[in-house]
Each structure stands twice: as C-alpha cells, then as structure tokens.
Design a protein. Structure first.
Lengths: 218, 218
DNA sequence: GACGGATTGGACAATTGTGTCCAAAATATT
DNA sequence: AATATTTTGGACACAATTGTCCAATCCGTC
C-alpha cells in the first residue's frame, strides 16, 4: 500500500477508501502548487507525489482548475480552524499580562502563523489571486476578514478592563500581528527554517514591544 | 556583438538603440514573470508585451533561464538603489523626532516598500527561490542582508544620542519595518490599491507605536 | 543612396502538458 | 464466491511552449 505525503491531520482509517486517495491527492496538490505555482504544476507531478494514477485525479476532482479550487477551499478550512482554536486561549483576564500574552503569542506562532497550511494559502493567494477571483474573495472573507477583527475584539476587551491603553483596536491588532510575525517572515524570506526553540523568544520580543507601546502609562 | 548579462544599469541614452528594446524586454518580462510565475510565463507573452519579436529576445538575452536571471539582477539593483537613496534622509539628529521619523517613514513607504520593483522581487524570490539558488543568495545579500543592518545602525545611532532606548538594534529594526509595512501588506493581500493619501497616516501610526515602545522612559 | 547590423515573422522539430478513452487489474460490497 | 466499483497504465488527439533557422525587411550611418 502506498503512503500519502500527509504530515497533517486526522484519522483517515475510518473514512471510505476513496477519501484516502482523495486526501493524498489534495495534500500532494497543495505541495506541488506551492512549489511550482498554478501554471508550473503538472497533473502528472501531483499524481506521482500522491502515489496515484493521473486518471484517478480526473475521476475524483475533475480538471485542473477545479482541483485547485478544492485544494484552496480545503486548506482555508484547516487554517481557519487552527487559528480560532488558538484564539480561544486568549488571556481575557490575565493575572500577569506579559507572561500570559507571551504564551498566547507563542501558541499563535506555532499553531497558526508557522502552520504550513496558512503559509501555503498566503503564498498561493498572492500568486494566483488574479486568476481565480472568487477564490480570492473567499480567502479574504475567512482570512484577514475574520482573523484581524477577532484579535481586535480581544485587545479591546483587555483595554476595556484596564490592562491596555488602546485608541484604535483594529490598528493595534494589525500591529500586534505584524510584530509577532516579523521574525518568522524574515526567516522565511531568507529561506531559513525557524528552529522551534526560537519561537518562544520571538513571542517574548513581540509581546514586550507591544506592551511597552500599549500598556497604560502611570 | 553579443553582450553578456554582465552589464546592466548605466546611462542608457548613450547606448545603441538596441538597448531600448532590451529595456522594453526586461520591463515586460518583469511584469509577466510577476503575474504568471516562471513556469507560467511564456516567451511569446513577454515578446508581445514588449512589442518585440520573440527572436529578438533570444538574440539579446539567450534562453528563458538567463532572461529571468538578468531581470532579477536588474530589479535588485533598482530596488536597492531606491532604498538607500531614502535611507540617506534618515533623521540622525532630529529636533522633533516624532515628526521627522514620521516623514522619513512616509518616504520609505512611498519610495521603497510600495515600490513595484521591490514588491516584485519579494514575490518572485519567494515563489522561484528554490529554482534558482544562486539568485536567491544574491537577493538575500542585497535585500535583507543590507537593508536591515542599515536601519539597525541608524536606530542604534539615535539610541546612542539618547533619542531612543534600544537594547537590541537589530530587533528594533525588524520591528520598525514590520510596523511600517503592516497596513501596506494587508492592503496588498486583500487586493486593495493603497491610496497615496493614506500613506502618511500609515507612517504616523507606525512611528507613534514605535516611539511609544522605544522612547526613553522618564 | 548603399552598406551592415539589428529586427521581424514565419516555419520548424522536440518536448511537455491537458484531458479523454478503454480494457485489464485491484479492491470493496454483498 | 459473485458482483459492483475504483484504480490503473497506456494510448491518444490536441494545444502550448521552447529554442533554432532563415529570408525578408527595417533603420541608422557613412
């Protein structure tokens, strides 16, 4: 039996067998699309990586355009779910705000921003957004459209409780995310795989600067 | 006489007319590569956009790989030059640090970060970096490798003069750039063309937060 | 106006990719 | 064990692309 390239989620064993191949295809397609872009990705390459015959891809997912759409939809779901799972741990009533916000930030980095799904999405949307406008709309809605307001709402709550001093929560949310992601993005851009061990430091750096800017002045 | 990809940017006017077409080709190629990626870009599309016959591209620039390399080298030069031109206006001994740093930030946004050249580079390096490792190295050296340390040095200078309180200038530089670019990046990602009129506001937002975090405490 | 290098457009072979068809084989269902 | 469904791999037509060749043409210079 062939194995899939799935470094990701769930109990495949309980699904109908067709779904296994389907998942293998989607994972392989995500990899190849990410590496080669839409134009550069060939169905053959995807089939080979998925350990599946090319025909099976056409049977299950139709043509290349549709395959691409399904992959994006799938990854959008996964990525969004991961983000909101972490968001549930936001420290709305912290004892020690620096410590707890740092911990939360580290989780966000690990589970959401670092996450291969989310990175793939951002890249693909940037590269291929013009080619698939509806897709782009969907991503916009589920990505920035929901994540930033959600963070902003949590920050506003902290401000309302007197933990922070924030005029514009939406702006603060964007700045918080920017501070958090900067080192990760830098590493990504210079092609460096960020070691797990540095993530806590990144979270601490971002949180410290953020709190210095938004902590209440005595 | 064939010319190699060695020489790029100099006073074009004194050159034979062939260099005009060469520039047209490079600009068109940059556009098409940016839109379609390396794999998706066809020489024909580039030729059509440049208003030039396909053969001329092969005459002047050889095959697709070399064309791509020359384009990246060209854009790297332009982008780097633009950045350092703005950097020369950094307020090393400001009277009113908030005002002057805001102005500088606005210039940086307009001339360097907003700049189509730089955006194209980042995108292409992210997408095609794996395919052309030497290119990637060059970009790394001239991009992040020089820009961030340069900003860090200016910030350290401000700190040394007592305008700021900075433990880690390199970190502060990354955070400054992150704060500066966040809204622009957000707009880019949701496919919104940032209006010129909002850039000053972005610069002000970033600068205010940065100074709140790094201004000396009384 | 004649020369020479650059440019053009069209034809070309080779390669690669898409999407379909189909019969044989593997796998699941009953 | 018999049957239904999926999967496979190979063949195929069709289109797009790369890179080359070449004769006709343009255009600036002498």
């Amino acid at each position: 039996m062939k194995n899939s390239s799935a470094e990701l989620s769930r109990d495949y064993d309980t699904w109908p067998p067709a779904q296994n191949k389907r998942q293998a295809i989607l994972n392989a397609a995500a990899d190849v699309f990410a590496q080669e872009g839409f134009g550069g990705a060939s169905i053959d390459a995807i089939a080979a990586r998925a350990g599946v015959s090319r025909q099976t891809i056409y049977n299950q997912l139709g043509d290349k355009d549709n395959l691409f759409k399904v992959v994006v939809a799938e990854i959008t779901d996964r990525s969004s779910a991961g983000f909101f799972r972490v968001l549930d741990t936001f420290p709305v009533a912290p004892q020690d705000i620096e410590t707890e916000l740092t911990q939360f930030s580290a989780q966000l980095l690990r589970k959401a921003i670092c996450d291969p799904n989310g990175r793939w999405l951002r890249k693909v949307v940037e590269t291929e957004g013009a080619r698939f406008p509806e897709l782009f709309e969907t991503w916009k809605e589920y990505g920035p459209g929901k994540k930033y307001p959600a963070i902003a709402a949590r920050l506003a709550q902290l401000a309302h409780s007197g933990y922070l001093q924030i005029d514009d929560p939406a702006l603060a949310a964007r700045q918080y995310m920017a501070l958090l992601a900067t080192d990760l993005r830098y590493d990504q851009q210079i092609g460096r795989q960020t070691p797990e061990s540095e993530i806590d430091q990144m979270a601490a750096n971002a949180t410290r600067t953020f709190l210095r800017a938004f902590a209440p002045r005595r």
